[in-house]
Design a protein around this ligand. Structure first.
Ligand SMILES: O=C(O)CCC(=O)C(=O)O
Ligand SMILES: [Fe+2]
Length: 376
């Protein structure tokens, strides 16, 4: 049966507006240097699949995931000895590496970087000379590179998505009071059977003022909870839903529906073995086994702990050609839209999918593992 009522948001996504925006000069130069064909419009926007049933089938099977960070030298000698400087940006989260080009990392350094990202949650590299193709190759090291059914992509390089807030604002209204999109606390691709691990965003053009991105630590959010409260949520599961909605082939008049998936509320990172709170306000629907009112109350509290404790967050000021690599298993993030589209911001992004989230009762917390004071 043909759909009779299609949500305009979906229509926008499947029927691209062609080239109404100017690609920022430095972004264009980078893409042209990489041999990207811009002649048929930019970005490339996949139109299918459009139906929930089709999207649900994508990657709905088990894949082995061996985490590169889990086999790395814990001292990260190859990475650290080659870097000019390694600077922690806050005590809990965020490290900047100076003097290395991501495209030139050895296999050993890539493993060690995987472990550093797992420990520090997000790692930054400024002044990178990296093509979308090199970005995808690096992403493949950390897991299967996700190819999104709807999100705009770099033409000819499947799996490299385009993060261009100006473009996104043309699809879903954004304004100062309701910026929407990535400008709210979230984590990427939670609806996948094996959700996002390492995501690498390379911003080639950024505003001179504003457009920062914030990350918060899921390890530390978990450790902000009392030991008794941790016992309540340990082992619980929740329903997570996709950022994008799709038409239901069996019920096309019902409006857009999300892909939903059940995962643990607290998960363990395979490289560090530490427990992390894994919720986000944008995409967690409910805790399985609780009444809605109970679930809403607990989730609301967990979001607050995660979003409001500034000591477990990092706020990063971008400069052009900076790469950020973060681990979605242990963080939430939020892109500030304070510049309100007044200046261009453009980047390319690759996400590596990781293991199916798991919980392990006897796993430690980060503070326990680091020998810091706990439970006070
Ligand atoms: O634009 C940003 O800083 C982050 C956007 C985002 O949420 C993402 O790339 O997953
Ligand atoms: Fe995101």
């Amino acid at each position: 049966m043909a759909p009779t009522a299609i949500d305009p948001v979906i229509l926008d996504v499947v029927q691209p507006k062609k080239d109404t925006l100017n690609l920022p000069t430095e972004s264009r130069k980078r893409l042209e240097k990489a041999g990207i064909d811009l002649s048929s419009g930019y970005p490339y926007r996949p139109a299918k699949p459009l139906y929930l049933q089709d999207v649900q089938k994508i990657r709905d099977y088990h894949r082995e995931h061996v985490d590169p960070g889990a086999r790395a030298d814990p001292a990260k000698r190859a990475l650290f000895s080659a870097a000019e400087k390694v600077v922690d940006l806050t005590a809990h989260i965020g490290t900047e590496i100076v003097g290395l080009q991501l495209k030139d990392l050895t296999d050993q350094q890539k493993d060690e970087l995987g472990l550093l990202i797992a420990e520090r949650s997000v790692v930054f590299f400024r002044d990178q000379d990296i093509s979308p193709q090199q970005q995808r190759s690096l992403g493949e090291w950390y897991g299967e590179v996700e190819v999104h059914p709807q999100v705009p992509q770099v033409p000819g390089v499947a799996g490299v998505t385009v993060i261009w807030p100006e473009l996104q604002a043309t699809e879903a209204k954004a304004n100062f009071r309701n910026p929407g999109g990535a400008s709210r606390w979230h984590s990427d691709l939670v609806h996948e059977r094996q959700p996002a691990g390492v995501t690498h965003l390379h911003n080639d053009t950024v505003p001179t003022v504003g457009g920062d991105t914030l990350w918060a630590s899921g390890y530390s959010a978990y450790e902000k909870l009392s030991p008794n409260f941790r016992k309540i949520i340990d082992g619980k599961k929740a329903v997570y839903r996709s950022a994008h909605a799709y038409l239901d082939r069996d019920d096309p008049t019902a409006g857009p529906k999300y892909v939903e998936r059940v995962h643990p509320l607290v998960r363990v990172h395979p490289a560090t073995g530490w427990k992390a709170l894994w919720v986000n306000r944008a995409m967690t629907v409910r805790i399985v086994g609780l009444d809605k009112a109970e679930s809403d109350l607990i989730l609301g509290y967990l979001y607050d702990v995660y979003e409001k404790n500034v000591d477990i967050q990092v706020r990063f000021k971008w400069t052009p050609r900076t790469s950020a690599l973060w681990d979605n298993r242990i963080t939430i993030h939020n892109a500030s839209w304070d510049y309100e589209g007044s200046q261009p911001r453009h980047g390319t992004r690759v996400t590596a999918l990781a293991e199916a989230p798991y919980f392990q009762e006897d796993a430690s917390s980060r503070r326990e593992a680091l020998g810091l004071a706990v439970d006070e």
